[in-house]
Ligand binder design. Structure first.
Ligand code: ZN
Ligand code: ZN
Length: 416
């Protein structure tokens, strides 16, 4: 074990008490994307008390803490803060029971079902440990708490709000996520680790009329059906075999009545890719196919395309990942593993990409190791281990909090 890590982490026992209380409090008081006011207030107050200079209200509710520890590299550690519109069913004594008004103005339940409460509590713990041991490292530490990861635009909102002017040039940005894996385990991966995600809404136009007189109409239902079938050839015939990619038409809507031919149809689809080249190729192919099918159907008006819910590719820098992985193996030993490629998506990389700096993003487990082992032995991992975004996803407090706090400190010290 690196002796500086051991020195800094000697303070962990003193942090654990308030950190666990804070975690339970955050879990009980989740806030939806862009509404993280209470959480941001707690974060800013604690960072100030720890000696960080604090910039609050960045990109709405984002908070950035900067701690200078002498000349040396600048390391950015990032946590996300938002929760989801899910009714919690964990039965925990600190379960959320609250509701909130969502972006559309509807009253919805709220739950920390993605573990961002873990992320906040652990980054605050790591910030305290590093601040208390500032004489043992050199450089600048940035603790960044971003809003609205779940809707994919919180990182971008901070970048657009002068983020790059708040601190010195960053040498590396580090992000993490709690996963449905055994608590105590950390996983790193070089190269693509999370997919890029793009949703697209397409409106195709027909000419409405009586269902008994199709010759006087252009039927958008048939047109939409042809598009759905033809889109199946994009992955099977156009992308490189062996490179993962997904194209799903998740919604199709047209018409009001069996004997009325509608005048338009709406398709909504979702694309997941692991390289920018494939991403661009698939989005171009979709447009090409839709335009061609509209022509084939004598559509009277051009189709309309709208991209939404877009998440960037997360592709870890190989040098930064190797440095973190080596530090993790030194500290965690066999508990440091290679993270499998994930199909989920994240907006974290928008920050390092905008700053033009390398990054690495790792995963860590949040499931009680005994529960996980029993599920594995019974061949029931997918049935018995709750996943992120489920109403029963609640990481076991320990060793989850300790492990992630240790990982943040160990990784930051690999540069500082
Ligand atoms: Zn999530
Ligand atoms: Zn998440």
């Amino acid at each position: 074990m690196n002796s500086r890590s051991a020195t800094v982490l000697a303070g962990l026992a003193g942090v654990r008490g308030w950190q666990e209380d804070l975690y339970r409090d955050l879990h009980e008081h989740p806030e939806l994307s862009h509404q993280e006011h209470r959480t941001a207030g707690i974060v800013a107050k604690r960072l100030r008390a720890t000696g960080f200079s604090v910039h609050a209200g960045i990109g709405g509710t984002g908070v950035v803490g900067v701690l200078r520890g002498g000349d040396g590299p600048t390391v950015l550690l990032r946590a996300d803060m938002d929760a989801l519109p899910i009714r919690e069913a964990t039965g925990l004594p600190y379960a959320s029971t609250g509701t909130a008004s969502d972006a559309a103005g509807d009253e919805v339940p709220v739950m920390h079902a993605c573990g961002h409460d873990v992320h906040v509590a652990c980054l605050l713990g790591a910030a305290q440990l590093l601040a208390d041991a500032v004489e043992h490292w050199n450089g600048t530490l940035i603790a960044l708490f971003q809003p609205a990861e779940e809707v994919g635009d919180g990182a971008r909102a901070m970048v657009d709000d002068r983020l790059g002017e708040l601190f010195p040039t960053v040498d590396v940005a580090l992000g993490q996520h709690v996963l449905p894996a055994p608590a105590g385990v950390v996983g790193t991966r070089s190269g693509p680790v999370l997919s890029a995600a793009d949703s697209m809404r397409i409106i195709v136009h027909g000419r409405g009329g009586h269902g008994s007189m199709p010759q006087a109409t252009v039927d958008p239902v048939v047109l939409a059906a042809m598009i759905v079938v033809r889109l199946q050839t994009v992955i099977s015939r156009e992308t490189v075999p062996g490179e993962p990619a997904v194209l799903t038409v998740g919604r199709i809507a047209a018409g009001t009545k069996s004997n009325v031919i509608a005048d338009h149809a709406v398709l909504e689809l979702n694309v997941r890719t692991y390289s920018e080249a494939t991403r661009t190729a698939i989005l171009d192919a979709i447009r090409r196919i839709v335009v061609a099918e509209c022509q084939a159907s004598r559509s009277p008006k051009d189709p309309e395309f709208e991209l939404f819910d877009r998440f960037p590719l997360t592709a870890n820098d190989s040098d930064a990942t190797a440095r973190v992985a080596a530090a993790f193996v030194g500290y965690f030993g066999e508990r440091s593993v290679v993270l499998p490629m994930q199909t989920a998506s994240e907006d974290f990389s928008d920050i390092p990409t905008a700053l033009g700096v390398p990054y690495t993003y790792w995963g860590f487990g949040g499931i009680d190791p005994d529960v996980y082992r029993r599920a594995e032995l019974a061949g029931r991992v997918s049935e018995d281990v709750p996943v992120n975004h489920s109403a029963v996803f609640a990481p076991v407090i320990q060793p989850t909090l300790d492990t992630k706090t240790e990982a943040l400190v160990v990784a930051a010290l690999a540069w500082l």
